[in-house]
Design a binder for this molecule. Structure first.
Ligand SMILES: NC(=O)c1ccc[n+]([C@@H]2O[C@H](COP(=O)([O-])OP(=O)(O)OC[C@H]3O[C@@H](n4cnc5c(N)ncnc54)[C@H](O)[C@@H]3O)[C@@H](O)[C@H]2O)c1
Length: 296
């Protein structure tokens, strides 16, 4: 089993920046890459603010905070990944885009390196098939936000080796996470169950069963969920939710996974959730509240 000392994270959005922060705070050398330089700079700034906040609140010692700063580097170029022990990919939830990246990473990283994907739903076996190291490809699905949520769902592809699995499990445990293991089926465990519930909440809104507030309050107080499903969808990103529903539908072939037209329409309108300031709810004081989109 390889001891992981350095990590490359691809994608500096909500998930990639959280994973990079977690790794740096746990003593790994981290290189963070995003193809969008604005997103990369924003991610580095937010990680630095978060670490400062953790130190000022006493959740991280001054020394560990300074160490995390030293260990974290941004890279505009993927070629900088040639020495890392593991790459965790956290880019857009698109099989084609991820496959292109995996093929490219396979040529850059050293022979022993593991390629892990934070995908919410896409087949690890198919991502692995594009590389010449299918035994070293694995799903490492962090929850949002990665520094806080306790779970990592590990997904083995058809050819993932025991060694790759054990190394990935050790890394997740070093980050203080509890792991669960899923077979490589669309949506794995968590999103196989969560996303149809979120999609159903959109159907309830779409067909006028109730207001968004009542749907969310119903699920919070009625089933003890910390967030309502529509609020949670905004937090995850409506584009991510839609992509996952499409993967469930294509991969499992059951019409119960067809994305709700209202979810599709929100994404078409660019209302992607909290990250864009507006989704089902309006988070931005400058954006005018829009009427709910189409209803049946
Ligand atoms: N949002 C969640 O709650 C959540 C939870 C678990 C897993 N995931 C998964 O994590 C991944 C990322 O989700 P997110 O919410 O962080 O998305 P996001 O939209 O916040 O960030 C994605 C980032 O990837 C960058 N990117 C896109 N294509 C790239 C490429 N080819 N090379 C380098 N960078 C690229 C974008 O510029 C963007 O900054 C997805 O696979 C998603 O399914 C998301």
């Amino acid at each position: 089993m390889v001891e992981i000392k350095s990590i490359g994270v691809v994608g500096g959005g909500q998930m990639g920046s959280g994973i990079a922060q977690l790794a740096a705070a746990n003593g790994l050398d981290v290189i963070l890459h995003d193809s969008d330089s604005t997103a990369l700079n924003k991610a580095l700034k937010s990680i630095s603010d978060n670490i400062q906040r953790l130190v000022s609140r006493g959740h991280l010692s001054k020394d560990k905070g300074a160490d995390a700063f030293r260990r974290l580097k941004g890279a505009s170029n993927l070629e900088d990944f040639h020495r890392v022990d593991i790459v965790i990919e956290a880019i857009v939830e698109s099989e084609d885009v991820k496959k292109k990246l995996f093929a490219h990473l396979d040529k850059i990283v050293k022979g022993s390196a593991i390629l892990a994907s934070n995908t919410s739903s896409i087949s690890i076996t198919r991502l692995a098939s594009i590389t010449c190291r299918s035994s070293q490809v694995i799903g490492m699905h962090f929850m949002n936000p990665p520094p806080i949520m306790k779970l990592v769902e590990i997904v083995r592809g058809a050819d993932t080796s025991d060694d790759t699995f054990n190394t990935t499990k050790c890394l997740a445990e070093r980050f203080g996470k509890t792991i669960i293991c899923s077979q490589d089926f669309p949506g794995f465990i968590v999103n196989r169950i969560l996303m149809p519930m979120i999609n159903e909440a959109f159907h309830a809104l779409y067909t006028g069963v109730a207001t968004k507030e009542d749907i969310d309050t119903g699920m919070k107080l009625g089933t003890n969920h910390p967030m309502g499903p529509l609020e949670l969808a905004d937090f995850i990103g409506l584009d991510v939710c839609l992509s996952i529903m499409k993967v469930l539908h294509a991969g499992l072939g059951d019409s119960k996974y067809v994305p709700c037209p209202l979810l599709v329409q929100y994404v078409d309108a660019g209302r992607l959730g909290k990250k864009r300031g507006i989704g089902v709810y309006n988070y931005s004081k400058t954006t005018k509240e829009m009427k709910p989109l189409a209803r049946l």
